[in-house]
Ligand binder design. Sequence first.
Ligand code: SAH
Length: 345
Amino acid sequence: MIEKADILSMNLTELQNFIVQLGEKSFRAKQIFKWLHQKSISSFDELTDISKDLRKKLSEKAKIQKVSILEKFISSEDNTTKYLFQIENDYIIESVLMRYEYGNAVCISSQAGCAMGCSFCASAMGGLERNLTAGEMLSQVYEIQKDLGERISNVVIMGSGEPLCNFDNSLKFLEIINSKDGFEIGHRHITLSTCGIVDKIKKLAKHRLQITLAVSLHAPNDFIRQKIMPVAKKYSIDELIFAAKEYADYTKRRVTFEYALIKGVNDSENCAEELAKRLKGSLCHVNLIPVNDVKERNYIRSSDKTINRFYEILKSLNIETTIRRRLGSDINAACGQLRKRYLKT
Ligand code: SAH
């Protein structure tokens, strides 16, 4: 059997070529593209302004490979909503809807599972299952918007998976979601988070996209970083910070360094001072995150007092810093936590 084409992962040019190959006029492609990315249809039967004949051809040669809602959990604290989605081959992924004053943001996954093995992260525990297609990444946003009935204005690629290890599909996602005939979210409203794949950061920089790059740093030096993030054995912290600098040079965009504070691991005053020294002179911003406790490893969140102290030290050394508000802690709205619990039961 011939594999059906994954039409949701095609950009407009690819869709035009595909439609021409089917023996149709290329202008049909834009019509179909709008149905897929603006109205998020699930089946070719919904293409009401397309001939029956073309609809039939499409369903023979193509498929709309999207995610479908399995369950959702709404936080009683702040309306943060966690979605569990089923994807092809029965894998499960998760996304989070966050309601802010400025709009609705969705945190999407880029892979089912993750191969990076960060010791504090629940997504890492079962290893990598597979990469998501661009269409599967897009449809997390589309399905949540449909379910919510309100516009999604921001996207963060910070769910499970390492987007730079699924580089081509992540890039395709960024291209299609930004497309004016599609969902059209501006790149400045999108953040991509990476654990620090240095060569891929350099590659991404050359595309000069206006997205925000977030780098999960979580330590001020190689010694601590290697203890909690295996990727730190491959790339040194100096190489990583240098790559982030290069990214900022190419794109003129300020890079965010994420730093999850874990009690007794990376939250001392010395750590704050060392971090400030390393980041001095970079166009960057540090986002301090109270870690979500990981019982298996005895990792617990630093106290508010410690977090505030860490913040004050960075500020006093002229590093721009914020403390991230925790959303949805009652629904395990963090990094693979819900999926892990679901898979357990
Ligand atoms: N692989 C990418 C994106 C997914 S993880 C990355 O590493 O950045 C998204 C963010 O959540 C990362 O900053 C990650 O380090 C952080 N994270 C993972 N587990 C966490 C936990 N238990 N508490 C707080 N942040 C966590």
